[in-house]
Design a protein around this ligand. Sequence first.
Ligand code: GCU
Length: 617
Amino acid sequence: MKMLRIVLHCLFFTSLCFFSIVASATSTLNSVYSRDTTSLNGEWQYIVDPYKTGFYDYRFKEMSEDNPAAYWNINTSTDKSKLIEHGYSDSNTLQVPGDWNSQEEKFLYYEGTVWYKKSFDYEKKHQDNLLFVYFAAVNYEADVYLNGEKLGNHVGGFTPFQFAIPSSLLRSKDNHLVVKVDNERAKDAVPTVNTDWWNYGGITRDVMLVETPSTYIQSYELKLEPTDETGAQRRNATISGQVSLGNAKKQEQVTIRIPELNLTKKVNYQGENTAFEFSVPHLTLWSDTNPKRYEVAIETQYETIKDKIGFRTIEVVGNKILLNGEPIFLRGICLHEEIAPEIRRANSPEDAEFLLGAAEELNVNFVRLAHYPHNEHIVRKADEMGLLVWSEIPVYWTIDFSSEAVLNNAKNQLREMISRDQNRASVIVWSVGNETPVSDTRTTFMKALIDEARALDDSRLISAALEVHYNEGMNTINDPLGEFTDVVSVNEYLGWYVGLPEDTRTAKWESVYDKPLLISETGAGAKQGFHADKQTRWSEEFQAAYYRGQIAMMEEMPEGFSGITPWVLFDFRSPKRNHPGIQEGWNRKGLISNEGEKKQAFQILKNYYDRIEKASE
Ligand code: GCU
């Protein structure tokens, strides 16, 4: 019997491995919110496990799957003599989606492992359908188990992942899904141990079951091919794209429909990333002033996936950024994925409305989603509102650039970010990092990421937020990574970290690159409601003087200056900011306080953007 069990176990594992290889090797399901899903959001039971007792035995060896002491095994034994030292109960629950830090005082600074458990019943609609469990994000590392069997592992706190649930594992009643979440910072993680934001841990975004036909639409991409036409309308526009099916077993046909354009395109599926192209007689382009999107349906004989897609082109010509063939100036702002008044990660459509609504009051047409991919609701909201987006992987500051494993981790997060949002017209910039210290090793590492991004998506701009060299009289933009990016973007804090606001009056800038230049960060701190003269640090008047000086300096930026995303929309939580009475765990560079109160500098930036917008009409 034991031998048979081992053989069966091996066979099972082979099938599971095949599934898990298939599931983890391919990108996640596109347009998951328009699919046949069953939400697993809500209350999950948890166990806090700082010593990882539920994962390692007392010799710190990973426990075997059927070890009853492992926290992925639910003890249902009624044997009163049985030794049981763990369990899940309704007295310990956390809301999903949601970071744990904001849900209970004991979790405020917690960094480590928490085990989450959700029980659910499930009957598949058709027995040969497939069932996936999809996580929109878990920060930072997830080990996922169903009914005591491991489905897989995922590393990276801000991108979606999924695992196939083998039919042999699924029960119609009382399935238990257990997720080991570990947000412990590590030198070889991405991001690494040092970040200027709160390390919110947990199942921070939506979780759902997704049922698909046996052969399913895995991912698709549609984009407008650039021509030398300009303006908001196109005649005889060429749309190209690709589609990938999962588990395609025979010659399949995929149909692309855009009803408003009377477009039906039939594609004979040839395998992963089957390419297609078609032209349409007339097309209204998506832009910041007219975020036009079309209903698009991707069909097979088994299912139809619907999406709303905008078509636009974004290019660099010389030192200009062209949207739909016309130069554009990016009036932007940086923001974290955080609801400051409630001190928590943003995770819902309502949160997206709150954040982007506040940005829109500044009269921006561009948002830099710092410093990691934000949730899909925010990017889809930007699509709807006509806000251009800079999306970034958390290759932040002192990453271990010498490590192949760290590079592969960063590449994987880049692939997952691009795969999820490749159909979002709002996304115009993929950023491969922020303020990484210049060295040959770092530049080689970052160039590998740029090459990977370009290979995955040659229709968007690739950049990274670089540092500058301040010096009296002439500030120089010459980071070697600028040779490889489409746009040279720099973070400068002249008047805050270097000098004082009046120094901006005489500041001069030069760039060694004939490329568009973005100021990807500039900002000063102020405690909302603290008023003093403009020489007094942390007063609203100091921050206002900083913005006045910066704006005056922007008028003198070199040729190719194409936009600015000041740091930052809201005050945000950071363990690095501990000035008593002023910061107390908050980075105060927000134009809006953590309580939602605008500071004087908010209006100063808005007036600047109103002026720029008027001048461009
Ligand atoms: C840096 C960094 C931000 C940080 C900011 C600051 O430029 O990119 O993440 O919060 O400066 O110092 O406030």
